[in-house]
Write a protein that binds this ligand. Structure first.
Ligand SMILES: Cc1cc2nc3c(=O)[nH]c(=O)nc-3n(C[C@H](O)[C@H](O)[C@H](O)COP(=O)(O)OP(=O)(O)OC[C@H]3O[C@@H](n4cnc5c(N)ncnc54)[C@H](O)[C@@H]3O)c2cc1C
Length: 413
């Protein structure tokens, strides 16, 4: 081991969105020593939103998903180690890699994201049954989305529906099965979920609610035969499973850190062990609205928490308390959700032109806890930006004012 390798380092487990952004932020905030970013994927850090959208439609290439060009990591002296972190040893402040290497840390960030959940039914591991989390997954799915291919999507959440829209753009025949009685789960109010369903149906997607796959078999001509819970059988060339993620919290759990379907962190993103932080999809933190633990799986959260974690790894006292926000692009439409609409007890709708709307959600005490916009991106973008600011600033204008499209949202800020 050289003297350089023996130096204590800022170590990041997971070279994804949070890992990459945090490494760059550590330099930006003045850390002069080593930064070691360890990732199991063979790629430099990249952004995942295009994986279910432009990467599948062919409108973007993998290289253009990178967080920063390859040279930037050298310029910033970030050591990118391609390896699996096998264990952490909080007592000796050591990270152990699968290949046997041990790296000592000054502070450690767990930015391990999540693993795509798989079906636990017979045939779930057949060739042609895919999940989507990584660039490699996206490349594999993109190869299968050829014109007229029959695509079965299991799960009517964001990833499943974005893939459905991309597959239609590629000329595939698409069916979405969702076990629940509605699309998009609790993150999106039911009224919006219905409109999203109608959008997909108008674009030629078959949506079957309350239906789950029971078994998958290899049929003739490389087709897959899927038995469904409603008694029907379907055939498909490819099955894409979008049923959520499992937070990759195993390193923390094995090391005895507090874990509760995600790594438990305080508002400053410290875990229950000294000098170990967690951020991004894997971290479960107190909600700014309810104080209850929430775990966010969003691009914006990755951006925000990476910087908070970096500050605090260097001894700062930053807090992660931004209101949640995410978007989803499907066809020419965009869905945006700010805050936590699930906490809402009542809502009011503001209509935007003929095609868009924003629903504002209030809790039992009349506090604005969320806003969800839906419509063509060009129609909702401007007002949704203002709606997001209202939620972010904790303002609660009267429902009548928010619902009245003749009153400018800017005037309510
Ligand atoms: C297909 C797709 C589309 C999305 N679209 C949107 C969108 O439209 N809008 C939006 O707001 N959000 C979107 N998201 C969510 C957003 O991309 C994630 O919230 C963000 O990537 C989370 O960043 P992260 O760093 O926490 O996790 P990741 O980016 O997943 O990075 C985690 C990394 O850690 C590595 N790792 C895990 N365990 C280990 C280990 N033991 N050793 C070494 N490395 C390890 C993994 O291999 C991975 O590279 C999308 C996500 C996906 C998958």
């Amino acid at each position: 081991m050289t003297a350089h390798e023996g130096e204590r380092a800022m170590v990041i487990a997971g070279a994804g969105h949070v890992g990459g952004r945090a490494a760059l932020a550590l330099r930006e905030f003045g850390w002069q020593g080593r930064i070691v970013m360890i990732g199991a994927e063979s790629h430099l850090p990249y952004e995942r939103p295009p994986l279910s959208k432009q990467l599948l439609t062919g409108e973007r290439e993998a290289l253009h998903c990178q967080l920063r060009p390859a040279e930037a990591w050298q310029t910033e002296r970030v050591e990118h180690v391609i390896a699996q972190v096998e264990a952490i040893e909080p007592d000796t402040r050591v990270v152990r890699l699968k290949d046997g290497r041990r790296i000592q840390y000054e502070a450690l960030l767990l930015a391990t994201g999540g693993h795509a959940r798989r079906l636990s039914i017979p045939g779930a591991d057949l060739d042609g049954v895919c999940t989507l989390r990584t660039l490699d997954d996206a490349a594999c799915i993109a190869r299968r989305l050829v014109a007229d291919a029959r695509v079965l999507i299991v799960g009517g959440g964001f990833i499943g529906l974005e893939v459905a829209a991309s597959a239609r753009k590629r000329g595939c025949e698409v069916c979405v099965v969702e076990g629940a009685a509605r699309l998009l789960g609790r993150a999106v109010p039911a009224v919006l979920a219905e409109r999203v369903q109608q959008l997909h149906e108008r674009n030629g997607v078959t949506v079957r609610l309350g239906v789950a796959p029971l078994a998958i078999e290899r049929a003739a001509d490389r087709l897959l035969a899927i038995s469904l819970s409603d008694g029907n059988t379907m055939t498909a060339d490819v099955v894409i499973v979008g049923i959520g993620i499992e937070p990759a919290d195993e390193l923390a759990r094995d090391a005895g850190l507090a874990v509760n379907r995600g790594i438990v962190v305080h508002a400053g993103l410290e875990t229950s062990a000294p000098c170990i932080f967690a951020a991004g999809d894997v971290a479960i933190h107190p909600s700014r609205f309810s104080g209850l633990p929430i775990r966010q799986e969003t691009w914006q959260n990755a951006e925000n928490q990476a910087r908070v974690a970096a500050r605090n790894m260097l001894g700062g006292d930053a807090v992660s308390d931004e209101a949640p926000w995410f978007w989803s692009d499907q066809y020419d439409h965009q869905l945006q959700v700010a805050g936590e609409p699930a906490l809402g007890e009542r809502s009011v709708r503001r209509l935007l032109a003929d095609t868009g709307s924003i629903d504002f959600h209030f809790d039992a005490g009349g506090r604005l806890v969320g806003a969800s916009g839906f419509g063509p991106a060009s129609v909702i973008a401007k007002d949704m930006k203002l709606a997001r600011m209202l939620v972010e600033r904790g303002l609660s204008p009267a429902a009548e004012l928010l619902g009245d499209a003749t009153i400018k949202l800017k005037a309510l800020l």
